[in-house]
Design a protein around this ligand. Sequence first.
Ligand code: 4GX
Length: 266
Amino acid sequence: MALDLITLFPEMFTALTQQGVVSRAFKQGLVNVQFWNPREFALNANKTVDDRPYGGGPGMVMMAAPLAAAIRAACERQRALGKKPHVIYLSPQGRVLTQTWIADCLQHVQQQSNIETQRGLVLLCGRYEAIDERLFDLGLIDEELSIGDVVVSGGELPAMLMLDALLRCVEGVLNDDMSAQQDSFSRAVDGLLDCSHYTRPEKFEEFTVPSVLLSGDHAKIAVFRRQQSLLNTMRKRFDLIEQARAQGQLSVADEKFLASQMDSEG
Ligand code: 4GX
């Protein structure tokens, strides 16, 4: 996987590349990564990359020239690696990131059927209030992506969040135990929330583990966990119940169980 990161703060990414399970993708060389600092593309002696907005108002705007040069250099490297560059700008104005987006993105970057169109990611991390609109006019940005309706002080944390979600799905990044978990988790994210989990001891303070989980009856355990998932989702994220229903992901047994719970919980 080829990755180019355009950022004024490359050191921030050590949180992703040097620590935690996802750092394995970088340490094992599964990701060919290159950082680009817009400051190095600044045209004047002061290495200025931001300026005051035309029309006045508070805050600063990232200048078009250094960013355009950085994006073009990153895309050039991607092409040299045989990739089709896909430039993503992290911004609160983008489409909101979902697990479905991650799955689709993974398809594009790992595409084996037509290697010619295999994507390479170029992530643009903005600071200040905005980037000059003409970067969009130039067609330099393929996609605008948001981590949610919240504003942070720069695109670096959103980019790291996106990369963490993406790289943990890459074969060989998580260990085998975790991959198994991951499978059930992505299914859970696309459809329902996960069921509740318990580990030793059997009794903690006044609470015991549900006895079915100690029964050894795997069919019964599967039914119990499915019902816990439904209950969790109904209570915490009813919108996901409606979505699963619309996508035909709920069985007759699921609907029966939900109806019985709706009756008892109102
Ligand atoms: N999901 N930010 C980008 C600069 C900016 C300001 C205004 C466009 C318009 C964010 C998010 C996010 C803060 C990154 C503002 N860009 N990024 N930055 N939410 O809040 O991705």
